[in-house]
Design a protein around this ligand. Sequence first.
Ligand code: ATP
Ligand code: MG
Length: 340
Amino acid sequence: AGPLLEIDDLTLKLQVGGAELTALEHVSFSLGYGEARGLVGESGSGKSLTLRAILGLLPPNAVVTSGRMVFDGAEFDLAHGSKADARRLERLRGTGISMIFQEPSVALNPVIPVGEQIVDAVMRRDHLRRSQARDYAIHLMKLVGIHDAEHKVDAYEFELSGGLKQRVMIAAAVAGKPKLILCDEPTTALDVTVQRQILSLFTHLRDELDAGLLYVTHDLAVVAQLCDSITVLYSGNVMESSAELGSVFDDPGHPYTEALLRSTPDVDRIGRRLYSIPGSAPSLSDRPLGCPFAPRCEYRQDDCEQARVPDTSTVEGREVHCRHPVGHESGRVQLAKEAR
Ligand code: ATP
Ligand code: MG
């Protein structure tokens, strides 16, 4: 069997004030059944737009100009505004694919008890009687760590703390037994203790559900805890991608990945000083002609700024989109360079 999810050559433009700005460019990655992939990048790198493109829930000023998706063996054309494909995508939402948003309040209905919302999600998938679905909803609420689920099932969104809302949303997202869960930084709005609890919840759910997980975050420490594989985005371009997380952490190929690692305290190696990447990411209207990271890159050479990095080379599930990757002594990266 092929992968659970394959995104191939996704390019997305945004119409802003008469201009057409490129927000995602030739983005490709794949996710196996039961695999967790971290989609990492700074604010504005295109993480949320990538998830929205997969769900077919894009802002009205977005146009997908290229992109093919294969989900669980079914192929979708994300570009060309295909109405038929959009309808097929819509049918996947909530059952085949579900999404956990950054801000739970946008996903929960304020006038319906939270438990009912989980019940609805259960019934969309399974033909259960409502009372059975309610029992299952309570079971799910316990599974996500809501202790007095029998009472909380009748609570309204506004009666719950941020951490509880997030747990309810996760319960609703897994209620339809999705094959793929998309997560958009579900812990950023929460305090550190609750963040930790939610993260260990995900680790637990991974074992329980065997669903694929695409987890968006700017935090490499979270990826280290949760994910098997990683895709690093910068300014709408994939910088580096690997089926094996450890190889990227031990031996980053792209200077941007290396800089990100150096600026992450939890995965920083002992003896290294914490680093902060100088400068800031380019705005969409001001993207450089060449590698988008070149203006901030310590390893920049003249050819970096002249043109986009050419075709990706893949060696053992590892891609480094860079003309002058770091770690030249590493056999893996060396191979990637030669293959170009
Ligand atoms: P964050 O970590 O802050 O959530 P992100 O990686 O999720 O960032 P996206 O939301 O995917 O970033 O947005 C990518 C870029 O596109 C950003 O520069 C953002 O400002 C811009 N953008 C997103 N949606 C729109 C829109 N509807 N109209 C104009 N620009 C947009
Ligand atoms: Mg976002």
